[in-house]
Design a binder for this molecule. Structure first.
Ligand SMILES: [Zn+2]
Length: 253
Protein backbone atom coordinates (compact mmCIF):
# COMPACT_ATOMS: atom_id res chain seq x y z
CA UNK A 1 0.00 0.00 0.00
CA UNK A 2 1.12 3.49 -0.75
CA UNK A 3 2.78 5.17 2.23
CA UNK A 4 0.46 8.20 2.03
CA UNK A 5 -2.57 5.97 2.24
CA UNK A 6 -1.14 4.35 5.38
CA UNK A 7 -0.61 7.81 6.83
CA UNK A 8 -4.17 8.76 5.96
CA UNK A 9 -5.43 5.67 7.80
CA UNK A 10 -3.22 6.50 10.79
CA UNK A 11 -4.51 10.07 10.73
CA UNK A 12 -8.08 8.84 10.62
CA UNK A 13 -7.50 6.43 13.51
CA UNK A 14 -5.96 9.19 15.58
CA UNK A 15 -8.78 11.62 14.81
CA UNK A 16 -11.40 9.00 15.60
CA UNK A 17 -9.70 8.27 18.92
CA UNK A 18 -9.57 11.99 19.75
CA UNK A 19 -13.26 12.37 18.93
CA UNK A 20 -14.17 9.45 21.21
CA UNK A 21 -12.05 10.82 24.04
CA UNK A 22 -13.68 14.23 23.70
CA UNK A 23 -17.15 12.69 23.68
CA UNK A 24 -16.24 10.71 26.82
CA UNK A 25 -15.05 13.82 28.62
CA UNK A 26 -18.14 15.77 27.59
CA UNK A 27 -20.33 13.03 29.06
CA UNK A 28 -18.58 13.10 32.44
CA UNK A 29 -20.58 15.93 34.10
CA UNK A 30 -23.75 14.01 33.30
CA UNK A 31 -22.29 10.80 34.72
CA UNK A 32 -21.29 12.67 37.87
CA UNK A 33 -24.81 14.01 38.22
CA UNK A 34 -26.23 10.49 37.78
CA UNK A 35 -24.00 9.12 40.56
CA UNK A 36 -25.00 11.94 42.89
CA UNK A 37 -28.67 11.49 42.05
CA UNK A 38 -28.41 7.77 42.75
CA UNK A 39 -26.83 8.51 46.12
CA UNK A 40 -29.57 11.02 46.93
CA UNK A 41 -32.25 8.49 46.08
CA UNK A 42 -30.66 5.82 48.26
CA UNK A 43 -30.16 8.34 51.07
CA UNK A 44 -33.78 9.46 50.83
CA UNK A 45 -35.07 7.13 53.58
CA UNK A 46 -32.31 8.25 55.87
CA UNK A 47 -33.08 11.88 55.24
CA UNK A 48 -36.75 11.15 55.95
CA UNK A 49 -35.71 9.74 59.35
CA UNK A 50 -33.62 12.82 60.08
CA UNK A 51 -36.51 15.09 59.12
CA UNK A 52 -38.84 13.10 61.37
CA UNK A 53 -36.43 13.36 64.28
CA UNK A 54 -35.89 17.10 63.76
CA UNK A 55 -39.64 17.72 63.62
CA UNK A 56 -40.14 15.72 66.85
CA UNK A 57 -37.37 17.68 68.57
CA UNK A 58 -38.93 20.95 67.48
CA UNK A 59 -42.30 19.78 68.74
CA UNK A 60 -40.77 18.69 72.06
CA UNK A 61 -39.35 22.16 72.64
CA UNK A 62 -42.72 23.71 71.87
CA UNK A 63 -44.52 21.33 74.27
CA UNK A 64 -42.04 22.06 77.06
CA UNK A 65 -42.64 25.80 76.71
CA UNK A 66 -46.37 25.26 76.77
CA UNK A 67 -46.20 23.02 79.85
CA UNK A 68 -44.15 25.71 81.57
CA UNK A 69 -46.87 28.31 80.74
CA UNK A 70 -49.63 25.99 81.97
CA UNK A 71 -47.79 25.41 85.27
CA UNK A 72 -47.65 29.15 85.82
CA UNK A 73 -51.37 29.27 85.05
CA UNK A 74 -52.03 26.54 87.65
CA UNK A 75 -49.91 28.32 90.26
CA UNK A 76 -51.77 31.54 89.60
CA UNK A 77 -55.08 29.72 90.04
CA UNK A 78 -53.80 28.21 93.31
CA UNK A 79 -52.91 31.69 94.61
CA UNK A 80 -56.34 32.97 93.59
CA UNK A 81 -57.89 30.05 95.44
CA UNK A 82 -56.03 30.95 98.63
CA UNK A 83 -57.04 34.58 98.39
CA UNK A 84 -60.61 34.03 97.26
CA UNK A 85 -63.07 36.13 99.17
CA UNK A 86 -66.28 34.42 98.23
CA UNK A 87 -67.69 31.18 96.88
CA UNK A 88 -67.80 32.53 93.34
CA UNK A 89 -64.09 33.41 93.30
CA UNK A 90 -63.32 30.10 94.96
CA UNK A 91 -65.23 28.10 92.31
CA UNK A 92 -63.63 30.04 89.48
CA UNK A 93 -60.13 29.42 90.89
CA UNK A 94 -60.85 25.68 91.32
CA UNK A 95 -62.07 25.43 87.71
CA UNK A 96 -59.06 27.35 86.41
CA UNK A 97 -56.60 25.17 88.37
CA UNK A 98 -58.33 21.99 87.18
CA UNK A 99 -58.31 23.14 83.57
CA UNK A 100 -54.61 23.99 83.75
CA UNK A 101 -53.69 20.63 85.31
CA UNK A 102 -55.78 18.75 82.79
CA UNK A 103 -54.02 20.57 79.95
CA UNK A 104 -50.61 19.84 81.53
CA UNK A 105 -51.47 16.15 81.75
CA UNK A 106 -52.44 16.05 78.07
CA UNK A 107 -49.34 17.96 77.05
CA UNK A 108 -47.13 15.61 79.07
CA UNK A 109 -48.63 12.57 77.34
CA UNK A 110 -47.89 14.13 73.96
CA UNK A 111 -44.40 15.09 75.14
CA UNK A 112 -43.70 11.47 76.10
CA UNK A 113 -44.81 10.31 72.67
CA UNK A 114 -42.50 12.84 71.03
CA UNK A 115 -39.57 11.74 73.15
CA UNK A 116 -40.21 8.14 72.15
CA UNK A 117 -40.35 9.14 68.50
CA UNK A 118 -37.02 10.96 68.86
CA UNK A 119 -35.46 7.90 70.51
CA UNK A 120 -36.75 5.61 67.80
CA UNK A 121 -35.54 7.83 64.96
CA UNK A 122 -32.15 8.20 66.61
CA UNK A 123 -31.79 4.45 67.10
CA UNK A 124 -32.67 3.80 63.47
CA UNK A 125 -30.25 6.48 62.31
CA UNK A 126 -27.50 4.94 64.40
CA UNK A 127 -28.28 1.49 62.99
CA UNK A 128 -28.05 2.78 59.44
CA UNK A 129 -24.91 4.83 59.98
CA UNK A 130 -22.56 2.15 58.54
CA UNK A 131 -24.81 1.80 55.50
CA UNK A 132 -24.76 5.57 54.86
CA UNK A 133 -21.02 5.60 55.37
CA UNK A 134 -20.58 2.77 52.87
CA UNK A 135 -22.78 4.53 50.32
CA UNK A 136 -20.87 7.75 50.72
CA UNK A 137 -17.50 6.01 50.38
CA UNK A 138 -18.72 4.22 47.27
CA UNK A 139 -20.00 7.44 45.71
CA UNK A 140 -16.77 9.27 46.47
CA UNK A 141 -14.79 6.40 44.96
CA UNK A 142 -16.82 6.52 41.76
CA UNK A 143 -16.48 10.30 41.50
CA UNK A 144 -12.74 9.96 42.05
CA UNK A 145 -12.56 7.43 39.23
CA UNK A 146 -14.32 9.88 36.94
CA UNK A 147 -11.83 12.60 37.88
CA UNK A 148 -9.02 10.17 37.14
CA UNK A 149 -10.61 9.28 33.80
CA UNK A 150 -10.96 12.96 32.89
CA UNK A 151 -7.33 13.55 33.74
CA UNK A 152 -5.95 10.57 31.79
CA UNK A 153 -8.20 11.18 28.80
CA UNK A 154 -7.26 14.87 28.69
CA UNK A 155 -3.62 13.85 28.70
CA UNK A 156 -4.23 11.40 25.90
CA UNK A 157 -6.04 14.07 23.86
CA UNK A 158 -3.00 16.33 24.16
CA UNK A 159 -0.61 13.51 23.17
CA UNK A 160 -2.82 12.35 20.30
CA UNK A 161 -3.20 15.94 19.14
CA UNK A 162 0.56 16.27 18.79
CA UNK A 163 0.73 12.90 17.03
CA UNK A 164 -2.07 13.98 14.72
CA UNK A 165 -0.36 17.22 13.76
CA UNK A 166 2.84 15.31 12.98
CA UNK A 167 1.03 12.87 10.69
CA UNK A 168 -0.91 15.68 9.07
CA UNK A 169 2.24 17.72 8.46
CA UNK A 170 3.97 14.75 6.87
CA UNK A 171 1.22 14.23 4.29
CA UNK A 172 1.60 15.61 0.76
CA UNK A 173 -0.16 18.96 0.61
CA UNK A 174 -2.99 17.93 -1.71
CA UNK A 175 -3.59 14.75 0.30
CA UNK A 176 -3.80 16.76 3.53
CA UNK A 177 -6.17 19.19 1.86
CA UNK A 178 -8.35 16.33 0.61
CA UNK A 179 -8.54 14.79 4.08
CA UNK A 180 -9.36 18.12 5.65
CA UNK A 181 -12.05 18.84 3.09
CA UNK A 182 -13.74 15.45 3.47
CA UNK A 183 -13.58 15.26 7.27
CA UNK A 184 -14.94 18.79 7.63
CA UNK A 185 -17.89 18.00 5.39
CA UNK A 186 -18.81 14.64 6.88
CA UNK A 187 -20.79 14.71 10.09
CA UNK A 188 -18.90 11.87 11.83
CA UNK A 189 -15.53 13.31 10.74
CA UNK A 190 -14.54 10.03 9.16
CA UNK A 191 -12.76 10.75 5.90
CA UNK A 192 -11.10 7.38 5.41
CA UNK A 193 -13.14 4.19 5.24
CA UNK A 194 -12.39 0.55 4.63
CA UNK A 195 -13.62 -1.11 1.43
CA UNK A 196 -15.07 -4.37 2.66
CA UNK A 197 -17.05 -7.08 0.84
CA UNK A 198 -16.96 -4.97 -2.32
CA UNK A 199 -18.68 -2.02 -0.66
CA UNK A 200 -17.82 1.14 1.22
CA UNK A 201 -17.95 0.33 4.95
CA UNK A 202 -19.09 3.86 5.75
CA UNK A 203 -22.06 4.31 3.42
CA UNK A 204 -22.50 0.67 2.29
CA UNK A 205 -22.52 1.64 -1.37
CA UNK A 206 -21.43 -1.25 -3.63
CA UNK A 207 -18.13 -0.75 -5.43
CA UNK A 208 -17.60 -1.81 -9.02
CA UNK A 209 -15.06 -4.66 -9.45
CA UNK A 210 -12.59 -2.43 -11.25
CA UNK A 211 -12.78 0.23 -8.51
CA UNK A 212 -12.33 -2.52 -5.90
CA UNK A 213 -9.26 -3.77 -7.80
CA UNK A 214 -7.74 -0.27 -7.80
CA UNK A 215 -8.36 0.06 -4.07
CA UNK A 216 -6.70 -3.32 -3.53
CA UNK A 217 -3.63 -2.18 -5.41
CA UNK A 218 -3.50 0.85 -3.14
CA UNK A 219 -1.45 2.94 -5.53
CA UNK A 220 -3.94 5.72 -6.01
CA UNK A 221 -6.22 7.54 -3.64
CA UNK A 222 -9.70 6.31 -4.54
CA UNK A 223 -12.77 7.96 -3.08
CA UNK A 224 -16.27 6.52 -2.74
CA UNK A 225 -18.60 7.75 -5.50
CA UNK A 226 -21.42 8.03 -3.01
CA UNK A 227 -19.97 9.50 0.21
CA UNK A 228 -16.63 10.77 -1.11
CA UNK A 229 -14.60 9.13 1.63
CA UNK A 230 -11.10 7.88 0.83
CA UNK A 231 -11.20 4.09 0.56
CA UNK A 232 -8.60 1.55 1.57
CA UNK A 233 -8.35 -2.20 1.59
CA UNK A 234 -7.12 -4.51 4.34
CA UNK A 235 -6.22 -8.02 3.10
CA UNK A 236 -7.86 -10.83 5.11
CA UNK A 237 -4.52 -12.27 6.30
CA UNK A 238 -3.39 -8.86 7.55
CA UNK A 239 -6.70 -8.42 9.33
CA UNK A 240 -6.20 -11.73 11.14
CA UNK A 241 -2.74 -10.80 12.42
CA UNK A 242 -3.63 -7.25 13.29
CA UNK A 243 -7.06 -8.06 14.65
CA UNK A 244 -6.46 -6.33 17.97
CA UNK A 245 -4.08 -3.64 16.75
CA UNK A 246 -6.12 -2.42 13.78
CA UNK A 247 -8.30 0.52 14.61
CA UNK A 248 -10.73 0.39 11.77
CA UNK A 249 -12.89 3.49 11.66
CA UNK A 250 -16.17 2.40 13.15
CA UNK A 251 -18.99 4.17 11.42
CA UNK A 252 -21.55 2.84 13.85
CA UNK A 253 -19.93 4.67 16.77
ZN1 LIG B 1 -19.05 5.56 0.78
Amino acid sequence: MKAELKQLIALQNTDTRIRRLKADIEAIPQRRAEIEREFDQRAFEIRALETERDAAQHERARLETEIFEQRKRAERADRNLMSSKNAQEYEAAIREADAARKTISQLETTLLEKMEAIDQAENQLKEREPEVERMRTEMEQRLKELDEQTRSESEEITARGIEREQIFASLPVQMAALYKRISARIRDGIAVAEARNSSCSACFMSLRPQVMAEIRRGEEVITCDNCNRILYYVPAEQKATEASATVTPNVAA
